[in-house]
Design a protein around this ligand. Sequence first.
Ligand SMILES: NC(=O)c1ccc[n+]([C@@H]2O[C@H](COP(=O)([O-])OP(=O)(O)OC[C@H]3O[C@@H](n4cnc5c(N)ncnc54)[C@H](OP(=O)(O)O)[C@@H]3O)[C@@H](O)[C@H]2O)c1
Length: 327
Amino acid sequence: MRAIIAHSSDRLVWQEVPDVSPAAGEVVVQVSAAGVNRADLLQAAGKYPPPPGASDILGLEVSGTIAEVGEEVDRWQIGQPVCALLAGGGYAEFVAVPEGQLMPLPDAVELPHAAALPEVACTVWSNVVMTAGLTAGHVALFHGGASGIGTHGIQVARALDCRVAVTAGSTQKLDLCKELGAEILINYREEDFVARLRDATDGAGADVILDIMGASYLDRNVDALANDGRLVIIGMQGGIKAELNVAKLLGKRAGVIATALRGRPVAGPSSKSEVVAATVENVWPMVADGRVRPIIGAEFPIDQAAAAHELLNSGDVSGKVLLRVDG
Ligand SMILES: NC(=O)c1ccc[n+]([C@@H]2O[C@H](COP(=O)([O-])OP(=O)(O)OC[C@H]3O[C@@H](n4cnc5c(N)ncnc54)[C@H](OP(=O)(O)O)[C@@H]3O)[C@@H](O)[C@H]2O)c1
């Protein structure tokens, strides 16, 4: 089979590699498309090694068709269209997937476009709802509202009847967020998000903040939280170390949590399988009836993976970037 091998961060070569086969409890998926994630850029640059036991080929999500079924798999059959959350291996013609990380193709989504869903859907649902308890009537703030994560988060929060605030770096990106249902639109290059959020919420702030900046936003995120609010940090684009004013948290009974999806175990408590099952149960109905759709900013043939990485890195794209393996 062929897969992308990262010889360096900008030399991603589509080349022959050893075939994969399913271990017990796994299936092999023939890949239609793979989603590009910021983690793939970091891994290609040698800064984000795969967790122990995971494929060292890039790619954290795919859509495709089941080509082989391993022993002890009873829920899935050859020929079924699926998408899947991976710990690695997606930039390839075939990938082996633990059965708990497979998701049925949602109604109303074409097979290649389903590759835009697993990472964002599992990340948003696990953090914003399972961890932070977002529920109807809450105010949710998504930093990077026009990102893959942000464009999905806005739609899920609206489907849950929440008010949505976003930050983004341009009017064009804020327009997309508005079209998806965001109401409080903050240009982080020109405005103070704490002040804007307080103004828009009678001083209350956000019940849930999904943050991708880390250190550089920590103090202001705590300021922007409502009483009993939850700040969930999933990205470190603004650094890893900052001072946390515990008194501010204490006064608000607020919480700060940081999580990563890739390193979760395959099965058991807090696992990828648990997150995948909850996401399929709760988000797939929203996708099936059109309240949530994949937002795809660009598609590239798989042998142009380096150009896809360059585009995501440039910031000159909204929503997800896909690599097409099916031509
Ligand atoms: N922990 C996990 O399990 C997990 C899982 C998936 C993703 N992530 C992380 O989530 C983040 C988003 O992922 P993605 O794939 O959706 O990335 P992406 O599409 O590349 O988006 C990155 C976003 O960062 C925004 N940004 C940059 N500087 C900002 C600032 N000062 N304030 C607010 N936003 C800013 C950009 O906004 P503009 O373009 O508007 O400037 C852009 O939308 C990444 O950091 C990724 O590593 C974490």
